[in-house]
Design a protein around this ligand. Structure first.
Ligand SMILES: *Cc1c(COP(=O)(O)O)cnc(C)c1O
Length: 470
């Protein structure tokens, strides 16, 4: 046995021979030599491992042409960009793993002209002197929300961190035990508090916090009263929370600012579209809160960003903090944010043009039409691999926003035949572009809500390919 292996090892084509093989000669101009060598070495390593564990038993599997083909396949794989577009058929609109919000077409159109050249990012065109990058979105944020002052940083985690650091470093921040939330593993209120240098003072219990709980701990060391949106969970049953208005009153009586981390933060009242009511950013500010923070890429539907709104002196102090420089927003993000915000000047335009809002507010009629179109595009299938069934189901907003809200939707289900559901799910995921689905009760489910019109054809083709699989 070892002799056979020794013989096979010697039959592996040498690197030099592969480099001059006709197949590789054809494509050698398309790739740098270093990448071709990397692909060759990876393929040869694979072959050696396969001989070692007995997967390769004959030298026909080591022919020059065959191995060259494997090198070419490897080359296409390793030269492909790692970050790729995918089709989101999960029905989770703000899907953190899939990049949260998609930018609006109008936003994308501005990218080419502005990102390919210089801009007035930090330049005051009227006076010809240095300007501030924050100016570009400040005015519009103030207009849209009624805030006294505004600034933006890298993301909401950064917004919370720099706000706490500025207002409460070395002093106390009071927060309810029912609001000590963890968002996606890496953002936890107690941890962010520690990083900011503020001392957290927890009040109340998990399910109930009263105004007197806050009153009892307020003292000379208290720098801030903090309210945190629960985002990805809800308290039900025997519960009590202090309304923001009362907390603001308490803060005023004691001369202590009140901040709310809104998490998602929305400018649109979704109850106008038949969905649940959540206080908007404007409403929160009108209750007299000193500072609010929220994400740019959750319900707002823009790029990743952290938005800070509130009283002028507080926002100015945060701008002056050295940390803000480290957490600052980059110019492409700023551009996307400004363009997204401009769409909010008219709410009807925002709901139509901003994909996140459009998908959340999609009518039942529109969803049914989309499902019908997909069904037609798939056409007749003669296959024992699976059968297709359309059904009603629910989509989720995602991104830690409105966790209990179930949006009625249309689902396309693949019911396993010769193919197991896991195989179908994996196959669709390895399609080009990958189609990300949901596995539920042995079915592969595709939710049309998060599939874009322009992607329906591709999804149909992916399903037709699946039907043809041997
Ligand atoms: C999502 C969220 C964050 C973090 O926001 P990022 O933009 O992801 O940094 C912070 N606080 C709350 C309450 C959230 O929901």
């Amino acid at each position: 046995m070892p002799d056979i292996r020794q013989g096979l090892f010697r039959k592996i084509p040498a690197v030099d021979r592969l480099l001059t093989a006709t197949q590789l000669q054809h494509i050698s101009g398309e790739y740098p030599r270093s990448l071709i060598l990397k692909a060759i070495n990876q393929v040869l390593d694979d072959l050696r491992a396969k001989i070692q564990n007995g997967e390769i038993e004959s030298q026909t599997q080591l022919g020059l042409a065959l191995v060259s083909d494997q090198v070419i396949e490897k080359l296409t794989m390793i030269s492909k960009a790692s970050l790729r577009p995918v089709i989101n058929a999960t029905g989770v609109v703000v899907h953190t793993n899939l990049g949260r919000s998609i930018l609006a077409e109008k936003v994308l159109r501005r990218f080419r002209s502005l990102s390919g050249g210089y801009s007035n990012l930090e330049y005051d065109l009227e006076r010809g002197v240095r300007g501030s990058r924050y100016n570009h979105v400040e005015d519009i944020l103030k207009d849209l929300t009624g805030a006294e002052a505004a600034m933006v940083v890298n993301n909401n985690a950064a917004a919370v961190l720099v706000s706490l650091e500025t207002l409460a470093r070395g002093r106390e921040v009071v927060v309810s035990r029912g609001q000590l939330v963890e968002i996606g593993g890496s953002f936890r209120i107690p941890d962010v508090m520690r990083k900011s240098g503020a001392r957290m003072v927890e009040v109340g219990t998990t399910n109930k916090t009263h105004l007197r709980d806050y009153e009892e701990v307020i003292g000379p060391e208290t720098a801030l009263l903090l309210k945190v949106h629960r985002s990805n969970f809800e308290l039900v049953g025997f519960t009590e929370d202090v309304p923001l208005m009362e907390l603001v009153g308490l803060g005023k009586r004691n001369g202590i600012p009140v901040m709310e981390d809104l998490g998602s933060g929305s400018f649109v009242d979704f109850s106008n579209y038949g969905l649940v009511r959540e206080p908007t950013v404007q409403e929160t500010l009108s209750q007299g809160v000193s500072l609010v923070t929220f994400s740019g890429d959750k319900l707002l539907g823009g790029p990743q960003a952290g938005i800070i709104l509130g009283q002028r002196e507080l926002v100015e102090a945060i701008k002056k903090n050295q940390l803000s420089r480290a957490l600052r927003i980059d110019k492409l993000t700023l551009l996307a944010l400004e363009e997204t915000l401009r769409l909010y000047r008219d709410e009807r335009v925002a709901v139509k043009e901003i994909p996140t809002l459009r998908m959340i507010c999609q009518s039942h009629g529109a969803l049914t039409k989309k499902a019908d179109r997909l069904f037609k595009l798939i056409g007749k299938l003669r296959t024992g691999n699976f059968s297709i069934e359309f059904s009603k189901g629910t989509s989720m907003v995602g991104g830690g926003a409105l966790p209990l809200l179930e949006l009625p939707t249309r689902l396309l289900g693949l019911i396993p035949g010769k193919l197991a559901s896991q195989v179908m799910e994996a196959r669709l995921r390895s399609y080009n572009p990958p189609v990300i689905t949901r596995l539920e009760k042995e079915r592969v489910l595709l939710d049309v809500r998060t599939v874009q019109e322009r992607e329906l054809k591709t999804v149909a083709q992916a399903i037709r390919d699946l039907a043809q699989m041997e």
